[in-house]
Design a protein. Structure first.
Length: 226
């Protein structure tokens, strides 16, 4: 039976909680100022200190790593991520090569990025605490199985949004992709080149669970590229 993926929506940022045989795996952790809301949702799911088996980080940006250090300490768990983004987590969760904006990037979505950036600056200033740096406990490589942690899924190294971006592909064909894709105002954003998309098309993916926006079917990406 496929394992259920529970979406924890924190405004326009998503985290994902998976129930394992003996506990839970959390994928991404949100901004630091979203901590109280995240813990409330974890509590509702009965994810508590002692049964959070692993935190998987899709990439090093602050909206995905902002509560990693705190949760590791409080929930007595470990953090797993790709080595390509670890330098970010030793600094501020922000500093990295952002690459170039695609030439065909819709103006409406540029507005969304500006709006999101301004919202982050304001709310982080009100939060008033520095980024909590950390070193991961587990380094994940392409092809790594998460079954030892009770999750029937594997790791895909999917650079594009960042050098160390990963996605998690479940046994049932669900893809938890961080910011490789986003579903913003009904528009699917892609952060990978054609070679990356070709690999994903060959994997028979069903639902895609992005870091921002509602889950959607992989068919939407395949059709948009055809």
């Amino acid at each position: 039976m496929p394992q259920e993926i529970e979406t924890i929506g924190l405004g326009d940022t998503n985290c994902y909680l998976v129930k394992t045989g003996g506990g839970f795996i959390l994928i991404d952790t949100g901004y630091p100022f979203q901590r109280r809301a995240l813990e409330t949702e974890l509590g509702k799911a009965r994810c508590e200190p002692g049964n959070l088996e692993l935190i998987v980080v899709t990439h090093g940006d602050i909206d995905h790593t902002g509560n990693c250090a705190y949760l590791r300490e409080k929930y007595k768990t470990r953090i797993a991520m790709h080595k390509g983004d670890t330098a970010m987590c030793r600094k501020d969760g922000i500093t990295r090569d952002r690459g170039k904006m695609p030439a065909d990037f819709p103006p409406l979505l540029i507005l969304w990025l500006v709006q999101s950036g301004l919202d982050f600056l304001l709310r982080q200033a009100l939060w008033g605490k520095p980024y909590e740096r950390f070193e991961p406990d587990v380094l994940l490589e392409d092809g790594r199985s998460l079954e030892p942690y009770g999750f029937r899924a594997g790791v895909l190294h999917t650079p594009g949004h960042s050098n160390g971006s990963i996605s998690v592909l479940t046994e049932g064909g669900d893809l938890i992709c961080g910011d490789l894709f986003g579903n913003v105002w009904g528009k699917i954003l892609k952060s990978t080149d054609e070679s990356g998309l070709e690999r994903l098309r060959s994997l028979n993916i069903g639902m895609v669970y992005p870091g921002h926006g509602k889950p959607f079917r992989m068919e939407r990406i395949v059709k948009s590229a055809s």
